[in-house]
Write a protein that binds this ligand. Structure first.
Ligand code: NAD
Ligand code: TYD
Length: 356
């Protein structure tokens, strides 16, 4: 048996593939990734020589390629992690988000629909298309408002969240109209190993260590609900295993924190684990900068459906997860240096003779 994963060289997809294949009896993974700036094969280096991992450099919007991969590998599930995922980039260049998140998901759905339609009835019933999405589709909460449930109305505010919302709607429509057996997960902010240092937590860690400023947008009182990436991966595995067809599951760990609190925590852990020469705190590098346009004030996930129906709960608290994350970055200076210098992309250039 095989599963096909898109975006498995990215942060969450990469962690998912590593966790999946850590199980000796795991089904093989066909990993289709376009290797944009966010895709990093070094994340998957420990799988080199593992015949259960088949990496394919390509675009999920390439219908011919996806159709061929589906026919060749006959996966029993397709998990869609691939996306443009950074809100700030979606503000400066929204088109890539529409292309990848909307058109890419659409093209993938079309290829999967044709493949699924041609399966024998047993395989057709067992097949799953799992779409990985975000809490940002629900928009922004006020201070006293209840956390997002699955029935919260969609009100995306950034080009990123709007493009993810559109992809969620397409996935829903493919179930409603064609009966495609889909599952959707909407998760809160992730953090953990192999996170590209453009997002808040890894950026603060690598900037702090490099002696650079730690840019906090606006007053730093925006709230995100943080989940350790491996807990997100276990939730996806559980939904794939037992989720009800056509259903949406919100994923989160009840960990609402203001950004400034996150930055303080990162600084305090670094002060403990790798103190600055001279004894000053990393907190001294914090600087408040101009706020992000349209910045959502608060996200919070109500994960009771996933817990109640499928028995999932996170293994890490924020305290244990953030400590492991800071340690991971301290233990992997080579990974960080190659990401920052762009050297991680040279492999693709050498392998494929083109820029990624
Ligand atoms: P990421 O940006 O780290 O990785 C995205 C991956 O997709 C990269 O490897 C990239 O090369 C690949 N990719 C991009 N376009 C592609 C295409 N057309 N075809 C094939 N591959 C392509 O993103 P991430 O943080 O790992 O997020 C993964 C998914 O989880 C996304 O759908 C995102 O919306 C969702 N999500 C992320 C978070 C978070 O906090 N990071 C939270 C909830 C949901
Ligand atoms: P980010 O990691 O980009 O995730 P998202 O925007 O998808 O939630 O940002 C998390 C929060 O941190 C968000 O409120 C924006 C803020 N932020 C900063 O204050 N400074 C930064 O340099 C970055 C990247 C983010």
């Amino acid at each position: 048996m095989t599963i096909l994963v898109t975006g498995g060289a990215g942060f969450i997809g990469g962690n998912f593939v590593l966790d999946w294949l850590a199980e000796p009896q795991a089904e093989s993974v066909v990993n289709l990734d376009k290797l944009t700036y966010a895709g990093n094969l070094e994340t998957l280096a420990s799988l080199s020589g593992d015949s259960r991992h088949v990496f394919v450099h390509g675009d999920m919007a390439d219908a011919e390629l996806v159709t061929r991969l589906l026919a060749e590998h006959q996966p029993r599930a397709v998990l869609n992690f691939a996306a443009e995922s950074h809100v700030d980039r979606s503000i400066s260049g929204p088109e890539a988000f529409v292309q990848t998140n909307v058109m890419g998901t659409f093209k993938l759905l079309e290829a999967v629909r044709a493949y699924w339609g041609g399966l024998a009835s047993g395989a057709q019933q067992a097949f799953r298309f799992l779409h990985v999405s975000t809490d940002e589709v629900y928009g922004s909460l006020g201070p006293g408002e209840a956390a997002f449930t699955e029935s919260h109305r969609y009100q995306p505010n950034s080009p990123y969240s709007a493009s993810k919302a559109a992809s969620d709607h397409l996935v829903r429509a493919y179930h409603h109209t064609y009966g495609l057996p889909v599952l959707t997960t909407n998760c809160s902010n992730n953090y953990g190993p192999f996170h590209f240092p453009e997002k808040l937590i890894p950026l603060m860690i690598v900037n702090a260590l490099a002696g650079k400023l730690l840019p906090v947008y606006g007053d730093g009182m925006q709230i995100r609900d943080w989940l350790y990436v491996k807990d997100h991966c276990s939730a996806i595995r559980r939904v794939l295993q037992a989720g009800r067809l056509g259903e949406v599951y919100n994923v989160g760990g009840w960990n609402e924190k203001a950004n400034i609190e996150i930055v303080h925590t990162v600084c305090d852990l670094l002060d403990e684990m790798q103190p600055r020469a001279g004894g000053l705190s990393y907190r001294g590098q914090i600087t408040h900068v101009t706020d992000r346009p349209g910045h959502d004030r608060r996200y919070a996930i109500d994960a009771r459906k996933l817990h109640g129906e499928l028995g999932w709960k996170p293994a890490e608290t924020f305290d244990t997860g953030i400590r492991q994350t800071v340690s991971w970055y301290l233990d992997h200076p080579g990974w960080v240096a190659r990401v920052q210098s762009g050297a991680y992309r040279e492999w693709v250039q050498a392998q494929y003779g083109q820029a990624a």
